[in-house]
Write a protein that binds this ligand. Sequence first.
Ligand SMILES: Cc1cc2nc3c(=O)[nH]c(=O)nc-3n(C[C@H](O)[C@H](O)[C@H](O)COP(=O)(O)OP(=O)(O)OC[C@H]3O[C@@H](n4cnc5c(N)ncnc54)[C@H](O)[C@@H]3O)c2cc1C
Length: 401
Amino acid sequence: MNSSYDVVIVGGAVIGSAVAYFLTANPDFNGSVLVVERDGSYAKASTSLSAASIRTQFSNAINVKISQFGSAFIRDFAETMRVGDDRPDLNFHSGGYLFLAGTAEQEQTLRENHAVQKACGADVVLWDQEALARAFPHLNVDDIRLASYGQSGEGWFNNTGLMYGFRNKARAQGAEFVSDEVVAIGRDGDAVNSVTLKSGAVIAAGTIVNASGPRAALTARMAGLDVPVEPRKRTLFVFDCAKTPEGSASVNQGRLPLMIDPSGVFCRPEGRFFLSGAVPEDDPAVDWDDFEPRWHEFEDMVWPALAHRSAGFEAIKVVNQWAGHYDFNTLDHNLIVGRHPQVRNFVYANGFSGHGLQQGPAAGRGVAELIIYGGYRTLDLSEVGYERIVENRPFLEKAVI
Ligand SMILES: Cc1cc2nc3c(=O)[nH]c(=O)nc-3n(C[C@H](O)[C@H](O)[C@H](O)COP(=O)(O)OP(=O)(O)OC[C@H]3O[C@@H](n4cnc5c(N)ncnc54)[C@H](O)[C@@H]3O)c2cc1C
């Protein structure tokens, strides 16, 4: 490790590694990159604990486009991230998200979102009750007014594979990764200039990128700054099913989708099991080290909703569960990517609010462009910049799970 780097990235999971990759992959960048990661096992990183899924069904065009890039990037990942003979295959499972609307308001939202998605070229269809019953005959559709289904470009994949692919390729391209914790950030007026590590080292930095996930606010505070991101607990349950439901062979070769019930409960196949979870009714910020699963959510929310939706889900048994933290943006549930307007060499890549895995490729590329060119060259991410935080101007994403 040197005593000075052009770019220091605080946090080395999917976002930090993606930024490091896109910087070092760009021939217009000749600088040095250090990624500091406090937990080399990534055991509690949101990246490792996520549901590992990607969708194009969002309410904002920018989020649709971010995921369209993510989807294409994941498709080509093994070749793009190849290091020697190692081709990291993400085992992408093309599953499709199925959003179900039970109320008039939910139906209206699905229709509005669909118009946005179609304008972006997303492969999403709306189904009435009859079409839904034909596509997924196991579902109880009596209380469903409308469904929205992603026919392609959506699915799930290997979450840590995405992170390690970026990380390994970034290292092969010259980025350095160190296991340590950033405990202080030096600032002189309108510029940050160094990080202090727990081991005692002080490293000079030209630019500092905040890629600290749910700890983003702690990192920002070290620089005397802020970001409205807090850890919100999400518990995932893997269950076995006595009688596994089947899809219709005419839809995606009979593969079941990632279904989002009107109640907010979701489930998708996970190998021979199913992965499920719910949006908690009570959703406070939690301690950064509190990873105790909320066991009761399965009995109280997940199972009743699923048993109502499909007879196949009446007899199910939990085989695994864990809790992770959403990097929750309390202003508008949307990513915050961009420079601080005054402290311009402090760059945020935070607040992904449950979408950061799929948004990793676009966010990493965007941050790299900001650092190298001072502006975006491909997808313009200005709408999700930090300015809206200062101006208290929410850019709300409605399709949050
Ligand atoms: C249960 C759950 C389900 C999810 N499902 C999906 C999904 O299906 N699809 C999707 O796209 N997204 C999903 N997400 C969201 C996604 O996982 C996150 O948005 C994304 O992983 C954020 O990546 P990150 O690198 O910013 O944060 P993290 O993965 O949390 O990584 C941040 C890293 O920074 C390190 N760090 C923090 N502070 C410091 C410091 N001071 N010094 C050094 N290192 C530091 C941490 O140790 C950590 O490794 C889900 C999240 C959860 C919790």
